[in-house]
Design a protein around this ligand. Structure first.
Ligand SMILES: [Zn+2]
Length: 204
């Protein structure tokens, strides 16, 4: 699928972007960074509801990508979305005012049961093939994390290429990079180095 940006909205050749309205946005955005998140939600539909509906959380985001590659745009790219919260990168604090946010539908941190199975924070058992055990890069215990399907990652990379062509980001960051002590997303199951090098052409 080929994506492009027109009128601060993501478009695709086959119309595969669901455009959603929200009132949860701030002022004019000058996007210099791309920030990646996981939702820690139960499904694409519940993620979309909590990110777009006024009466749900105070959180919003520019784009939501489902596990099957489905995409919704909630906030236009020229307006601030509320995805980063208290955050810092180098000299810059409050990354909402400097970044486009992408949320990936994903259960997040999983809990290991005595029988070796993993469950979500809301008690749903996760198939073994969707679990990765890893220590977060800031340290802490070995934990289970929900993996990202290839379809979701390929969609993210295609979208990020289109955004990079338009906005020329200085860097691609995880929420856990900019809210280091407070946030764990997108976590160790997300291939950040590979995504960075594919979009920015870097290898660090
Ligand atoms: Zn986040």
């Amino acid at each position: 699928m080929a994506f492009s940006v027109a009128n601060n909205r993501l478009t695709s050749t086959d119309g595969g972007v669901d455009q959603v309205e929200t009132s949860k946005m701030g002022g004019v955005l000058n996007a210099r960074f791309l920030v990646i998140h996981y939702t820690a939600g139960a499904s694409f539909d519940s993620d979309l509801k909590s990110l777009a509906k006024d009466n749900e959380t105070k959180a919003s985001v520019h784009l939501l990508i489902g596990r099957d590659g489905k995409i919704a745009q909630i906030v236009p790219f020229n307006r601030v979305a509320w995805h980063a919260g208290k955050s810092q990168w180098g000299e810059i604090s409050g990354l909402n005012s400097h970044s486009i946010g992408i949320e990936l539908s994903n259960y997040g941190v999983l809990t290991k049961l005595a029988n070796g199975k993993f469950v979500t924070w809301f008690g749903k058992e996760v198939p073994d093939g969707e679990v990765m055990e890893a220590v977060h890069e800031r340290g802490g215990p070995l934990r289970g994390w929900h993996t990202y399907p290839q379809k979701q990652l390929e969609t993210l990379i295609s979208v990020a290429h289109a955004l990079q062509a338009r906005f020329r980001f200085l860097d691609i960051l995880g929420h856990d990079d900019i809210s280091w002590a407070r946030k764990s997303d997108p976590g160790p199951a997300f291939p950040m180095n590979s995504v960075r090098s594919r979009i920015l052409g870097r290898h660090d």
